[in-house]
Design a protein around this ligand. Structure first.
Ligand code: APR
Length: 309
């Protein structure tokens, strides 16, 4: 039987995710939105590209959760983005309502699925969905670290004029201003960047990485990044459906790892057919550990606004 991947919300991130995943060919894709016609239109447009691309995939658009039944993986992108005049708390409470509704319906139809959260504020939305669905943390986590790491790797490769293929990097922590890029563990062809770039340069690359989302928003004017977020989601779906056991940074509920308990933050995990199969505990310096704990406190503050009992 073919695998099924459903994507909730058929906006910019979801449409690009749908295209990328459909083109992988290993799963049927279902795109769902509350807006009538939007998921159907995007799915049909992607489907009609198959003969030209020489590919054979199945993708459908729908407004009915019944069509998502028995998905192996469900990606949540539904939500609103911050509009002018809207506070961060307004955004949080609006998306909270949406995630509550969406995650409940997903679980009714696909009780054994693995859920990848994309909606912001990311870490808080993962924590909310875990609370509501009672899913184990191994099957519900968020995309953020791969996106942040992708930005970090891009800027390093540009600076050194080398292939991005040879740059590996780690970004831990919450998906926001307190994220924790780890230059000590960032390497180019195995050489730490601390040996290749001066400290000021590394620090400006880190600053640009932390503000990477805002940089795209300021250029696009309307809307936020979607090409790289969707590529990051695709890498996670690949790891799960193909049981690749990749080591990737994911927004994960910690239960004592890194000295953090009961908060969702980004850490490296092993991702395979069972979802998170292992949480990798890196040995951090005292400064890195403090930065990660500070990031966890920032997530905890946002979560506390939701008053989850
Ligand atoms: N059920 C299903 N879909 C919904 C619901 C709901 N209750 N509420 C909103 N949506 C849909 C909207 O109709 C819209 O099509 O979610 C979609 C969101 O798409 P966009 O506004 O284009 O947002 P996008 O850029 O894709 O970002 C989605 O990912 O990176 C994050 O911050 C970003 O939280 C945002 C999410």
């Amino acid at each position: 039987m073919r695998s099924k991947v459903s994507i909730i919300g058929a906006g910019m991130v979801a449409g690009t995710c749908a295209q990328r995943i459909a083109e992988r060919g290993y799963a049927d894709v279902v795109l769902l939105d509350i807006i009538e016609g939007l998921p159907q239109g995007k799915a049909l447009d992607i489907l009609e590209s198959a003969p030209i691309l020489g590919l054979d995939f199945r993708i459908t658009g729908t407004n009915d959760y019944e069509d998502t039944a028995n998905s192996e993986v469900v990606i949540i992108t539904a939500g609103v983005s911050r509009k002018p005049g809207m506070s961060r708390d307004d955004l949080l409470l609006t998306n909270m309502k949406i995630i509550r509704e969406v995650s409940t319906k997903i679980v009714q139809h696909s009780p054994n699925c693995i859920i990848i959260m994309v909606t912001n504020p990311l870490d808080a939305m993962v924590q909310l969905a875990l609370h509501d669905t009672k899913f184990p943390r191994t099957r519900l986590f968020g995309q953020s670290g791969i996106l942040d790491t992708g930005r970090f790797r891009t800027f390093i490769a540009q600076e050194l004029d080398v292939s991005v293929e040879d740059v590996s990097a780690y970004v831990l922590g919450g998906h926001g201003a307190t994220m924790v890029p780890l230059p000590r563990l960032c390497t180019v062809g195995g050489i730490p960047i601390t040996e290749l770039l001066p400290e000021e340069k590394i620090s400006s690359i880190i600053q640009r990485t932390v503000k990477g989302g805002a940089e795209i928003v300021s250029l696009l004017k309307a809307g936020s990044a979607f090409y790289t977020p969707s590529a990051a989601v695709m890498e996670m779906v690949d790891a799960i459906i193909l049981d690749k056991k990749r080591i990737l940074p994911c927004a994960t509920y910690l239960e004592g790892e890194y000295g953090i308990n009961g908060v969702v933050v980004g850490v490296p995990v092993k991702l395979g057919k069972n979802g998170i199969e292992q949480i990798i505990e890196l040995k951090l310096t005292p400064e890195e550990e403090e930065a990660l704990k500070k990031s966890a406190r920032a997530v905890q503050e946002i979560v506390s606004i939701m008053k989850l009992e």
